[in-house]
Design a protein around this ligand. Structure first.
Ligand code: PLP
Length: 398
């Protein structure tokens, strides 16, 4: 068969899915797979969730698109829902996580310019990931996503994650800084949560220096880590929050939320998007937020995360091949001592979809709608697989 005329941007696995239902995906040969990655933190409500399907179908039959030249009631409703769950003041809608971060970056620059800072700089973290557009890959702390795309966008100052001393030093020495952009849990970076004391200190530095605290909640948001947004568990108040992935449960939508002074930076002409916040995308977002709230899925994600972590700790703790097991809600990383990308096809052959990031970290992002039995199935299948893979089900002496 000739190769499909697709640009070679992904290393694709040889599986093609025909349909999905809840936590399960079914391939074109009729095999079923437990989806422990939810399309990379997207389908938090599982596949083909009836509320989302109904909202999209109804809206598609009425009006899919009309442009931001006009009033869009669904956009207003979704904006209100997002502000209610986050405590933010207003929202800009776009179509992806990278676009949400682009909006945040532009907002921070304009905020700086208004304060008279000619060359505004944004502090970003080592090991971070913010997207694949030129500005967001420049903000990302990952050489692999930058290599070949130089010259990078200027105006980012990098600092190690979870290290307040270096950030203190930047505050003393760089008067161009206008904002800090940070993931509360580094996802692509290997599921690394921010230390609670660190993130509180970052917030204090932002307040003391008049910087915007900008949280990239593209992966962590929409209930996944145990509250609607992860910052709510840390007890901090950001100025800007970005989200995407889980907001549409598979329908593309992103949002940049702002509060206080940050919410007054953009004016007509500052920023825009043809598709951003169209009636169809917003219908999906409304159904997602209402379902998360109605079913209290954020609290459920915390409960399920604790259940999975205790399974992994009891079944894998002390196993030779494991370096660390960590996570927040339903964002879980099992770090192996050695490189383990072969685990992905091995898991697929056992009917389980997992992801390996940073070469050694098994990343789990399962749906928030799992039952206890689903979580136990996932944990037992994966633990058996890891032990089989490592050829080591002996416990090392503690
Ligand atoms: C924290 C974070 N920010 C931004 C992005 C980029 O989102 P998108 O792929 O929707 O552009 C991702 C995607 O993985 C992400 O995890």
């Amino acid at each position: 068969m000739p190769a499909a005329p697709l640009m070679s941007t992904y290393g694709k696995l040889p599986i093609s899915f025909a349909r999905g239902e809840g936590c399960w995906l079914y391939d074109t040969n009729g095999n079923r797979y437990f989806d422990a990655i939810s399309g990379i933190a997207v389908c938090g409500l599982g596949h083909s969730h009836p509320a989302v399907t109904e909202a999209i179908s109804k809206q598609a039959a009425q009006l899919t698109h009309c442009s931001n030249l006009f009033q869009i009631p669904n956009q207003e409703t979704l904006g209100e829902l997002l502000c209610d769950v986050s405590g933010m003041d207003n929202v800009f809608f776009c179509n992806s996580g990278a676009e949400a971060n682009e909006a945040a970056i532009k907002l921070a620059r304009l905020f700086g310019k208004k304060k008279g800072i000619e060359n505004p700089a944004i502090v970003v973290m080592e090991n971070s990931f913010h997207g694949r557009t030129l500005a967001t890959l420049s903000a990302s702390g990952n050489r692999k996503v930058q290599a070949g795309f130089e010259p990078l966008v200027r105006g980012f100052v990098r600092t190690p994650f979870n290290d307040i001393k270096t950030l203190d030093h930047i505050a003393e020495s760089n008067s161009n800084v206008v904002a800090v952009l940070i993931e509360p849990v580094q996802g692509e970076g290997g599921v690394i949560p921010a230390d609670p004391d660190y993130i509180k200190s970052v917030e204090k530095l932002c307040r003391d220096h008049g910087w915007l605290l900008m949280l990239d909640e593209v992966q962590t948001g929409n209930g996944r880590t145990g509250s609607y947004f992860a910052y709510q568990e840390y007890g901090i108040t950001p100025d800007v929050v970005t989200t995407a992935k889980g907001l549409g449960n598979g329908f593309p939508i992103g949002a940049c939320l702002a509060r206080g002074e940050a919410s007054e930076v953009f004016h007509p002409g500052s920023h825009g998007s043809t598709f951003g916040g169209n009636p169809l995308a917003c219908a999906a977002g409304i159904a997602v937020i209402q379902t998360i709230q109605k079913q209290n899925l954020s609290a459920r994600a915390r409960e399920l995360g604790d259940r999975l972590l205790s399974h992994f700790e009891s079944q894998l703790g002390g196993t030779d091949c494991i370096k660390e097991i960590r996570g927040k809600g339903l964002m879980i990383g099992i770090e192996m001592k050695e490189s383990c990308p072969e685990l992905v096809p091995l898991a697929n052959s056992q009917g389980l979809l997992i992801n390996v990031t940073q070469d050694k970290v098994i990343r789990l992002l399962p749906p928030l709608i799992m039952s206890d039995a689903d979580a136990d199935h996932l944990a037992n299948t994966l633990c058996t697989l890891i032990k089989l893979y490592a050829g080591d089900d002996r416990k090392s002496p503690r």
